[in-house]
Design a protein around this ligand. Structure first.
Ligand SMILES: [Zn+2]
Ligand SMILES: [Zn+2]
Length: 163
């Protein structure tokens, strides 16, 4: 996710726009795997102010997520944005370095994607999920388990209570 900013150095009006699309490697996030279903597209602009470059961008991609109910994988379209400062004077608090004549957008782009990930997704609003007793996907098969069936230990307790 490298952008060459030498055009800014010659700096006509100190502003440039960019547009890039890149395949991103999946990553491990909070113990789970996050994979991309389509390239990550970033459109944005860069404005120079002295040593500082102000970058804002819009990010679009599709990620692979698991349905929270039935665990099947789904493509989830994602749209987000970021703003990030870069400095020729090197990194600082909240500021990333300009390296040579280029900046790397990977960090703010990935951050914006992770922030936008939903906590819960469903393959469909009507997803019936997995049977809590036998684990069958109830969207696919009727396993016939009775949902009222309870834990054997609870059953003993129930019997005791009924005596
Ligand atoms: Zn589902
Ligand atoms: Zn079942």
């Amino acid at each position: 996710m490298i952008i060459h900013v030498n055009r800014l150095r010659r700096g006509d009006d100190g502003r440039m726009t960019f547009s890039l699309k890149e395949d991103m490697e999946g990553l491990d996030y909070r113990g789970e795997r996050l994979d991309f279903e389509s390239p990550v597209a970033v459109n944005g602009s860069i404005e120079r102010d002295g040593d500082l470059l102000y970058v804002t961008g819009e990010v679009r991609t599709e990620v692979v997520l698991q349905c929270s109910r039935c665990l099947r994988t789904i493509r989830h379209p994602l749209r987000t944005g970021f703003s990030q400062q870069y400095s020729e004077a090197g990194p600082g608090e909240e500021v990333l370095p300009v390296k040579g004549d280029s900046i790397d957008l990977r960090e703010p782009v990935m951050e914006s994607i992770l922030l936008e990930l939903p906590v819960k997704v469903l393959c469909s609003e009507e997803c019936k999920g997995l049977c809590p007793i036998c684990g069958a996907d109830r969207n696919v098969e009727e396993c016939g388990c009775s949902i009222n069936e309870i834990d054997p230990r609870m059953q003993q307790l129930k019997r005791l209570l009924e005596q």
